[in-house]
Design a protein around this ligand. Structure first.
Ligand SMILES: [Mn+2]
Length: 298
């Protein structure tokens, strides 16, 4: 079988669990829009995890809100879907009875839940530790290069090593150092490039080269008044603009359903966070529309 998942902590924990329970010969890391836009072929030998449903797949595990784009899952399918703090939790529930051995990953799973659903506290953002730290080093959104190799290194390490041993690996230590330095710069650029509009903080990184990388929750420590954030950066091509929206993880009063709002622009996500790609020519008007909706929602 081939496992197709995404290269974040949730995808990694899915991979740890699924490779413990299935014969997986190959793992591919993809973006959810690679699935919805059918950029990769999915067949009956494929297990999809932490990604949208694709017709004809062997098994499917996910916890994201269903979007209007892409294939609709049928009433019956192999695998499991549910609104859960992580896709890994959905995978765990599916395999646990037949594979009780995976219970040894309970702590990894609990921390993946917390990380993927952004139930973090101020300390987790300002001074992250163990699995939360590991999650930040893996986040493809932080833009660190070579994450495929890194993902596979961690996949093997998590099966045999403690989190302390993993954080002591040279590859992990190096990423932690790079991230700490990047976060300092990111904090400053976020301050410079953000404006508060009612309850919404809008950060625009367009025109910056290279793109700043850093902890996406820092903005909430800088703008405690805001309950939702919009981050704008260049898309994968020059005709596109990428937008990432998230409710504040500290000021939890926003009523916007972000996944639903993003789906209206061809993207997707959870109630609390989501992304979409816009055409550069119309992006400003669309972003303005989103912000107005977030202000109306309160
Ligand atoms: Mn997830």
């Amino acid at each position: 079988m081939r496992l197709v998942t995404r290269g974040d902590l949730d995808g990694l924990t899915c991979a740890v669990l699924i490779t413990s329970c299935e014969e997986v010969e190959e793992i591919d890391l993809v973006h959810p829009q690679d699935i919805t836009q059918k950029r990769i072929h999915i067949g009956e030998d494929d297990i999809l995890a932490n990604l949208p449903y694709a017709e004809g797949c062997g098994k499917w595990f996910d916890h994201h809100q269903l979007t209007q784009v892409g294939d609709k899952p049928p009433d019956r399918f192999e695998g499991r879907y549910g609104l859960s703090p992580s896709a890994a939790r959905v995978v765990f529930e599916y395999y646990m009875c037949a594979n009780p051995d995976i219970k040894r990953h309970m702590r990894l799973l609990a921390e993946t839940d917390r990380f993927d659903s952004a139930h973090l506290d101020l300390e987790d953002v300002l001074d992250p530790r163990d699995y939360v730290m590991l999650g930040f080093t893996l986040d493809p959104r932080t833009g660190l290069r070579g994450y495929r190799e890194y993902f596979f290194l961690l996949l093997e390490a998590l099966k045999t090593k403690s989190i302390e041993e993993i954080l002591a690996l040279p590859e992990v230590k190096e990423r932690v150092l790079v991230m700490r330095a990047a976060d300092e710069q990111f904090r400053q650029l976020t301050k410079d490039r953000s404006r508060l509009d009612g309850n919404v903080v809008v950060t625009d990184f367009r025109g910056l080269s290279p793109q700043p990388v850093g902890n996406r929750f820092i903005v909430y420590t800088l703008f405690p008044q805001a309950n939702i954030s919009v981050r704008v950066h260049p898309g994968p091509t020059s005709e596109q603009v990428a937008v990432a929206v998230g409710r504040s993880i500290f000021n939890r009063t926003s009523r916007t359903n972000v996944g639903q709002l993003m789906a209206g622009f061809g993207g997707g996500g959870h109630r609390g966070a989501g992304t979409c790609l816009l055409l550069a020519t119309t992006a400003d008007d669309e972003i303005e529309f989103m912000v107005e909706q977030m202000k109306k929602d309160g």
